[in-house]
Design a binder for this molecule. Structure first.
Ligand SMILES: Nc1nc2c(c(=O)[nH]1)N[C@H]1C(S)=C(S)[C@@H](COP(=O)(O)O)O[C@H]1N2
Ligand SMILES: [Mo]
Length: 401
């Protein structure tokens, strides 16, 4: 599977390089070396990231390398993926974090709250999987436009902040008739453009109020600018785009925002169709898992016992079970969860100890959530390459000497 998916890219690189003959002679290892030599430098915004653990796609997009995911649950901030739809605000907004102002609307007592005031209202910590809805897009044979994320546009992160419902209560409660939570990003918008066409503003259903949080801390440190400091909306169980960075307005609203990123962006458009507001929006995540080791990146393995490990998570329902296959999905065995359970919105690590004889093996993992939903074999085709939870697309091929 993996080879089927990567070889077209290989061919394209050959053509671009215009030296297909020479490259064919060096094989895949040679190609990998070539790609590494051409690796893009870390963007200034995330110059503090661990260059060796990430793949830089562009100045505003980078993902964690599959082989860099560790086995201690939390994704270190230095390895976490980055995705910015717009240039981040000026770093000066972090000079006086406590004075950052959030405008709150759609409550009985609407007002502005400074971060200092928010910190006085309440405190909670939650672990969530932060995942871009385009994670796994690289495995769509239709080659949708957008970043060709493989598995690394995701991480498991600890957030500290105030529960949204505590904040709403402090302002008299949610006003009557409100059905959505709408968050607006604090980016400076370019002049001369209709703000609605470009603003990062998303609405999630009001039921997200049970778990949502306004966070100022990530993995034990004040929230970095790259990840949304000084203040970010966290919507546990929902796709990355709904977790609004540098949030400047939080509104309980009767309808979804008309912002383009909501009405036409992040829609699950059937193949051949144009995005439109009647199509499903990218909201809750669904059950998914993948193997992080061993993979095709592990190099040659020696026959014997191997710990096959990876990560698994649900959306709003916790992950309950993971099965692993060493024969491309023909037969399955139950994997064990390892490490602490950080709650239903965190991912769990799994391991299956297996004996692998010499030869080439296709390793697969398949997760089930507490609602009984099973990670599907096939992706659901859609124009933009969202929500790829296919276990078949996430298989890895390993060669054992
Ligand atoms: N204000 C703002 N919030 C945003 C975005 C953005 O561009 N601006 N990008 C969204 C998208 S598409 C994703 S996947 C996540 C990425 O979060 P990260 O960069 O902290 O990993 O943030 C979301 N929140
Ligand atoms: Mo995203």
């Amino acid at each position: 599977m993996n080879h089927m998916n990567t070889s077209p890219k290989l061919n394209r690189r050959h053509l671009l390089a215009g030296s297909a003959g020479a490259w064919a002679a060096t094989g895949l290892a040679g190609w990998t070396g070539q790609a590494a030599a051409q690796a893009k430098p870390l963007p200034a915004l995330v110059a503090w990231k661990d260059a060796g653990s990430v793949i830089v796609h562009s100045a505003s997009t980078l993902e964690t390398r599959r082989s860099a995911f560790g086995t201690s649950v939390i994704t270190p901030s230095e390895q976490l993926y980055l995705r910015n739809n717009l240039p981040a605000p000026d770093a000066a907004i972090l000079n006086d974090r406590e004075s950052w102002e959030l405008t709150v609307e759609g409550v009985k007592g609407p007002r502005k709250l400074s971060l200092r005031e928010l910190k006085g209202l309440g405190l909670e910590t939650v672990a969530t999987v932060l995942q871009c809805s385009g994670n796994g897009r690289a495995f769509f044979p239709s080659k949708p436009s957008g970043t060709a994320w493989t598995v690394g546009a995701a991480g498991c992160v600890l957030w500290s902040g105030v529960p949204l419902k505590t904040m709403a209560k402090a302002l008299g409660g949610v006003a009557d008739g409100m059905l959505y939570i709408t968050g607006t990003g604090g980016e400076k918008l370019p002049d001369g453009l209709d703000p609605q066409s470009i603003v990062v503003e998303r609405s999630v259903p009001i039921r997200a109020l049970d778990d949502a949080m306004l966070a100022w801390e990530m993995n034990g440190a004040p929230l970095s600018l790259a990840h949304g400091g000084p203040l970010r909306l966290i919507v546990p169980g929902y796709q990355g785009v709904n977790n609004i960075k540098y949030i400047r307005r939080l509104a309980f609203t009767a309808a979804e925002t008309n912002a383009r990123i909501m009405s036409h962006g992040y829609r699950i458009s059937p193949p051949g169709s144009k995005a439109d507001p009647s199509q499903p929006s990218v909201q809750e995540m669904s059950v998914k898992s993948w193997i992080n080791s061993p993979t095709h990146e592990s190099g040659k393995l020696v026959a014997g016992t191997v710990q096959i490990h990876g990560v698994a998570f649900g959306g709003l329902d916790a992950v309950k079970r993971v099965e692993v296959s060493v024969d491309g999905g023909k037969t399955w065995a139950d994997a064990q969860f390892i490490g602490p359970d950080l709650g239903k919105f965190a991912w769990r690590q799994f391991v299956l100890q297996a004996r692998l004889p010499g030869g080439t093996h296709t390793l697969a993992s398949r997760a089930t959530d507490t609602a009984g939903k099973v990670q599907p074999e096939a992706r659901i085709e859609n124009v933009s390459g969202y929500n790829n939870t296919s276990w078949a697309d996430h298989t890895v091929q390993v060669t054992v000497a």
